[in-house]
Design a protein around this ligand. Structure first.
Ligand code: NI
Length: 179
């Protein structure tokens, strides 16, 4: 496995559309290695999620550390060709960071309850209903597949905060991970 280079805001790959992944491609060694490398890269940089465009791959794939129940420690999960359906009209503000926008946090409105349908790394379809933080993580990562960054979703930029100031003035436990 290898740690991949993470594209930072300004790199065009983060704004480009991504392509749907063919089911047969999922079983290839190259694809499986990409998944392993993305998980290793996410863990190396203490992220809770990482999308393929962030490692210069224009494909509809992301990995995330999730506990679907929202209670325990996250496990690495793989989402290929994900589709998200909000299950609530509400939008709730919460802190987000991004490995492609280092050292910055901001408050972003997201649906607090979503359904996500995707293929796993074996090419099998699965569906999850997620709430709160896990729901936020998958919405952030799925946005990367459409060239959308969390700044684009903010209602105002008033909450934008550098990490040091975040830790000093804003942090709650469990709120220091990047997506
Ligand atoms: Ni991100």
């Amino acid at each position: 496995m290898s740690i991949l280079k993470v594209a930072r805001m300004g790199h065009p790959v983060l704004r480009a559309r991504t392509r749907v992944i063919d089911k047969h491609e999922i079983r290839t060694e190259v694809f499986q290695k990409l998944v392993d490398d993305m998980i290793e890269t996410m863990e190396e940089y203490s992220g809770v999620g990482l999308a393929a465009p962030q490692v210069h791959e224009g494909k509809r794939l992301f990995v995330a550390l999730l506990d679907p129940s929202g209670r325990g420690e996250g496990e690495p999960m793989v989402f290929v060709n994900p589709e998200i359906t909000p299950l609530s009209d509400a939008r709730v503000d919460g802190w987000e960071g991004c490995l492609s926008i280092p050292d910055i946090r901001g408050r972003v409105p997201r649906a607090p309850h979503v359904k996500i349908s995707a293929l796993n790394r074996e090419g099998k379809r699965f569906e999850l209903e997620l709430r709160d933080f896990p729901a936020r993580v998958v919405q952030h990562e799925a946005d990367h597949l459409d060239g959308v960054l969390f700044f684009d979703r903010m209602r105002t930029f008033e909450s934008l905060t550098f990490m040091e100031e975040f830790s000093r003035y804003k942090a709650q436990p469990d709120e220091e991970d990047d997506e």
